[in-house]
Ligand binder design. Structure first.
Ligand SMILES: [Cu+2]
Length: 327
């Protein structure tokens, strides 16, 4: 890992002919850290900025009660509900779109006073026992499983501890449906799994994902374990008792701020894969939902949350607009 990081950093620095020789070159990348490797001070500052986003004014101005956090959910839902004919899942754009989305969220964290790097949750590491992950800590994490006893609008029980216990997301999918932040961890033994479907995103599963040598193959295989983290934490529609939680069968899944740590890990896995073969940083192939071959010039729509992006600007974490690496 150390060696590949070294190669990634210096390999990119040497690839000057394809990089603009501008003063904006990425010379001092931010190092993104795993949640438990960040200092407690950074974790607490991250959480208070994440709470601040749930209280910040909406940029979209679509609903009078919406906050900036609701905007993130609404944009994600719009691009997931066939409402726009634009897709960000099950297609090649999955990885660059979410990479850009994470950057927009990171900027919002900084605007809310957080000075540290974006953080991620190594759910592969925690897959044998996900409920014991420090990300659920009520003080230095995102709080635990839903445990509210009152009805929560037909959704899973409300989260009752941690910094988001009073957070009430506005949207469910792209519709207005206010509720308490809901989680419904898949229990141990269900579907023959460890808890939270951990067996579906284990190190062994991930080895299979990394055997893929084409972008299209890697993206397609990586999306499945990612889906199981969503479902494992949020609970699926069919998971019975208590109904679904925000991170599960809900296209407004950014309602649960852990979304951004989950996708930090997805982004890190893509970054790792990109370093494991020649030319992979520029590798972008496959077809979109209409069967059209994708291109690096394809647009990444942000629907007013931020400017639209272009795929080629989000391929390489060393590009000037991104300029980060992972520890
Ligand atoms: Cu998504």
């Amino acid at each position: 890992m150390k060696l590949t990081s070294f190669v990634a950093l210096f390999g990119a620095a040497l690839a000057l002919p394809s990089a603009p020789l501008s003063s904006r070159a990425c010379t001092n990348p931010t190092v993104r850290k795993e949640w438990r490797n960040a200092t407690v001070t950074d974790r607490l500052a991250y959480l208070s900025a994440a709470v601040c986003i749930t209280k910040s004014p909406s940029r979209l101005g679509i609903h009078p009660n919406a906050t900036l956090q609701d905007d993130f959910s609404f944009v994600h839902a719009l691009l997931s509900d066939s409402l726009t004919s634009i897709y960000i899942h099950t297609v090649p754009a999955f990885l660059p779109w979410h990479r850009y989305f994470l950057r927009v969220y990171e900027d919002a964290l900084h605007a809310c006073g957080y000075a540290g790097p974006a953080l991620y949750w190594d759910f592969v590491h925690d897959s044998p026992s996900p409920s014991r992950s420090p990300v659920w800590d009520p003080t230095t994490g995102f709080g635990g499983n839903g445990a509210g006893t009152e009805s929560n609008g037909g959704f899973a029980p409300r989260v009752v501890d941690g910094p988001f216990k009073d957070w009430r997301p506005l949207y469910w999918n792209a519709g207005v449906n206010p509720h308490g932040l809901a989680r419904n961890w898949i229990p141990k033994g269900s579907e023959g799994e460890p808890e939270m479907a951990g067996g579906k995103y284990s190190a062994e599963i991930m080895r299979g994902v990394f055997e893929e040598t084409t972008y299209a193959g890697f993206r397609a295989k990586l999306e499945d374990p990612h889906n199981h983290v969503h479902g494992g934490v949020g609970g699926g529609l069919q998971r019975g008792e208590g109904g679904p939680g925000d991170l599960g069968a809900n296209t407004a899944s950014p309602n649960d701020p852990i979304f951004f740590l989950l996708h930090g890990e997805v982004d890190r896995l893509w970054w790792l894969w990109q370093q494991q073969g020649e030319g992979r940083t520029g590798m972008y192939d496959g077809v979109d939902q209409n069967g059209r071959a994708v291109e690096l010039d394809d647009v990444l729509p942000m629907m007013g949350l931020a400017e639209n992006g272009v795929v080629r600007d989000y391929m390489d974490v060393n590009s000037p607009g991104l300029c980060y690496t992972y520890e």
